[in-house]
Design a protein around this ligand. Structure first.
Ligand code: 0X9
Ligand code: ZN
Length: 304
């Protein structure tokens, strides 16, 4: 399955990842990093030209923390296609960078958006008689509940009873630690806003290397805006120019996993509610997103 003109089911995604992990032209390894609440595998693909991931600076990218943000999953799958199947055209992205990719952080939620509710966001762990799900992107330990946003279990940004209470959060957080200090750039794919965010989210404070973050955001935004068919991008500081959000992965990776750079990509919106980006445009979107992500790869290769 290599049809990038439509959305893929959870099974199709896993089949493709399994297929890619059989590559013999470079080192592609599928790592099971944990299980979801409903006991689905959560997996990563590591991609590098030599056997050891981490000999080169690592670019770590995830998608699917939020179930309904399907454009993110597809963008990451297309990136994997370019890095693995089309590697000979992308050698400059592999010679100086090792890639670690988690395409579906929240498989239970993703499945649920196909079967029950297209706009489901959280995971699928029942919390009380009435409410299901924790927002994985409020459940990370660094800055967890630093600002009380008064959420209840029914809220769509419910942070969970304690940090890393959710198996999906714990899987991602533990797995990241393996690459501590080798992690040069973390990218988390979300939608929607046509906006790039840099830390911090949990408070109105700036990260020490905010200028470097701005430089990198500007490269992505300028590159993609030249070719985009969708709402052009802007970028800015997460808490002050987007909104305050605590316990997010992009803060956690800086605060607890030693990453140097951390960026959230809020892809362009579309459809009826922004998250349901139209299928007829998905191929154009993921191709232009790859042009931006390519710049990230080149930047990491040149700067670390
Ligand atoms: O709120 C979120 O978790 C992210 N946006 S989304 O619409 N995809 O849900 C953004 C998280 C990062 N930072 C800030 N919100 N400041
Ligand atoms: Zn999101």
């Amino acid at each position: 399955n290599r049809d990038f003109s439509r959305y893929w089911t959870l099974t199709e995604i896993e089949d493709y990842v399994n297929f890619l992990s059989q590559s013999t032209s470079l080192y592609v390894r599928k790592v099971i990093i944990g299980k979801s609440y409903e006991e689905r595998d959560i997996y990563a693909l590591t991609i590098s030209l030599d056997e050891t991931v981490g000999n080169q600076p690592i670019l770590f990218i995830d998608s699917g923390i939020h179930a309904r943000e399907w454009a993110g999953h597809m963008s990451v799958l297309y990136l994997l296609y370019q890095l693995v199947e089309n590697y000979s055209e992308n050698l400059e992205l592999l010679e100086n960078v090792d890639w670690v990719v988690v395409p579906v952080v929240n498989p239970d939620g993703y499945e649920y958006t196909f079967t029950n509710d297209r706009f489901w966001r959280k995971n699928r762990r029942p919390i009380d008689e009435n409410c299901v799900g924790v927002d994985i992107n409020r459940n990370f330990r660094y800055g967890w509940k630093a600002a009380d946003n008064g959420t209840t279990p029914c809220s769509f940004t419910y942070p969970g009873p304690s940090p890393h209470s959710e198996p999906e959060t714990k899987a991602l957080a533990d797995f990241m630690l393996q690459f501590r200090y080798k992690l040069k750039l973390y990218v988390s794919m979300h939608s929607y806003a046509s906006f790039l965010l840099y830390p911090f989210s949990f408070d109105f404070i700036y990260i020490s290397n905010w200028k470097q973050h701005q430089e990198l955001c500007k490269i992505y935004v300028d590159t993609v805006n030249q070719i985009t068919k969708f709402e052009p991008y802007t970028f800015g500081h997460s808490a002050s120019e987007f909104y305050l959000a605590t316990g997010v992965s992009d803060d956690h990776v800086i605060g607890e996993a030693g990453a140097r750079l951390s960026i959230v990509i809020e892809l362009p919106g579309g459809g009826t509610r922004g998250f349901d980006f139209p299928e007829e445009n998905i191929e154009d979107l993921i191709k232009e997103t790859f042009v931006g992500l390519r710049q990230f790869g080149i930047y990491v290769g040149n700067n670390f």
